[in-house]
Design a protein around this ligand. Structure first.
Ligand SMILES: C[S@@+](CC[C@H](N)C(=O)[O-])C[C@H]1O[C@@H](n2cnc3c(N)ncnc32)[C@H](O)[C@@H]1O
Length: 225
């Protein structure tokens, strides 16, 4: 998958994509991430924002540099996404859906956001939660990370993704590793006995119990599916 990220601060992304699973996916050419500085599309690389018509606080990204940045990377089958608190909230289903695109363009807003007219060039607005970030950069990192996990080969063991939280509509079960006793707390007996049918049942019950306690809305969703 190819991902183009359009922002005012490409240097923001140094680090998160240069370590661990995402870095390995890039090295294996499963993922190609490119950065575009929206400022490169402003006259003399200067003015990218202006005051809002009608008054109000903050600055708004001007339409010309943003539109030209999109045009510079967009291909006929690209999915162009504006990271925005006003979009549909990102979830596992959406991440899996996005992983099937060959090319995604992520537009990061800054300040008060982008000129509304640029939305005509956007396929979809996506939010990473009901709160407001200072820019779309952190949201882009979250989206790239979560979508990448669904690209075959990115996560070493394919079952790992299938068994993760939300894939069955509920949380993943609890995990334990060595030592068997940690500060007086033992690893549950069932996990040490090797009966895989019993282990599956135990994990599922634990997952349902925790999901019901923390996110009853998810359990209701599974029951009425
Ligand atoms: C300060 S915010 C602008 C908020 C906007 N005035 C509003 O209230 O809807 C600046 C930029 O951060 C990004 N952003 C903020 N919150 C976000 C969220 N929850 N999910 C995705 N992007 C977000 C968007 O790209 C946005 O243009």
């Amino acid at each position: 998958m190819e991902i183009d990220i359009l922002s005012l601060f490409p240097s923001y992304f140094r680090g998160p994509f240069d370590v661990s699973i995402i870095m390995r996916a890039r090295e294996a050419s499963l993922l190609e991430i490119r950065h575009t500085d929206i400022r490169d599309f402003a006259e003399n690389r200067r003015k990218v924002d202006d005051r809002p018509f009608g008054g109000g606080p903050g600055m708004v990204l001007c339409p010309e540099p943003v539109a030209n940045a999109i045009r510079s990377v967009r291909k006929p089958h690209s999915r162009v996404i504006y990271l925005s608190p006003q979009g549909g909230v990102l979830n596992a289903k959406k991440c899996e859906e996005l992983s099937s695109f060959d090319h995604i363009v992520l537009l990061c807003g800054h300040y008060e956001g982008i000129d509304e007219r640029v939305l005509t060039m956007i396929d979809e607005e996506i939010s990473i939660g009901d709160y407001v970030l200072t820019s779309g950069c952190a949201a882009a990192i979250v989206l790239v990370d979560a979508v990448s996990r669904f690209i075959p080969g990115v996560v070493g063991h394919p079952d790992a993704v299938a068994e993760d939280s939300f894939q069955e509509g509920i949380f993943d079960g609890p995990h334990y590793t060595r030592p068997e006793v940690f500060e007086g707390m033992e690893v549950p007996q069932v996990l040490r006995e090797g009966n895989h049918a019993e282990i599956r049942k135990w994990r599922k019950n634990k997952a349902i119990e925790k999901t019901g306690r923390v996110r009853p809305d998810l359990v209701r969703g599974v029951m009425f599916k």
